[in-house]
Design a protein around this ligand. Sequence first.
Ligand code: SAM
Length: 292
Amino acid sequence: MYKDIATPVRTKEILQKHGFSFKKSLGQNFLVDSNVLHNIVSCAAITKDTGVIEVGPGIGALTEHLARQAGKVVAFEIDDRLLPVLEDTMSPYPNVTVIHQDVLKADIHQVIEEQFADYEDIVVVANLPYYITTPIIMKFLMEKARVSQLVIMMQKEVADRITAVPSTKAYGSLSIAVQYYMDAEVSMIVPKTVFIPQPNVESAVLSLTRREEPHAPVADEDFLFTVTQGSFLHRRKTLWNNLQSSLPEGQEKKELIQQAFVQSGIDPVRRGETLSIPEFIKLANALYPHFG
Ligand code: SAM
């Protein structure tokens, strides 16, 4: 077994050897605590039959832990200065492939097809750059990538919003968009002190597991998200007011919205933050024939 990368001493040695300086704009906060890494990896059920996608390997602190447990690890890294570093640090792990690409621009289906043809079980594990946490998660969910679980380190505040339940301050269209696809659970709170450089905020590890069954049949997924986003347009306003403003103009708009409220059994004077996901689905399904 090789010495862990994730100690302050070894990380500083690697950074110095390669003359690497952090780019704040790329969300570069590297983990330097092996216990935290063990815990992250144990949140994901990884065996030699598992294929792992990592986003942002940095100098490979998490990557090497994944490589020891998984059959194969494919890691997307945007920063070309890290490629020679990873070539060096990942040399003991032939089951790691680094793809030099912005993950948001990647064709995930193609990568999965090419890299994980022999793998039934694929999981995403990442200490994400905090400036693009939400777009990266939504990319994997909305593009319906063939992954069973995502275990992701992120800003605690974002993890709280994703896992929020109705009638709480943190509940909003992000909670609904993620919980629509996945069961979401905060697995661990992580202090700032385990990173170099330290971020300004507390972090959390979120575990997202694909739901076996949808909450209810949905007429159109994109339209459901149009309705949820529109319902939170102004948090303090009623569903009635928000949907009047956010749905497309057309003949008999008021009457048709009124009709959809009656049909779905949802009281129009409620606020979006009080509706559960099955209630949003009922409302969106009733609005869809007229506004979809
Ligand atoms: N995994 C390492 C660790 O835990 O120590 C580094 C995590 S650091 C928070 C985020 C990493 O994501 C950095 O290496 C950064 O260069 C990379 N990154 C930032 N934006 C990216 C993007 N759009 N696509 C791929 N990698 C990205």
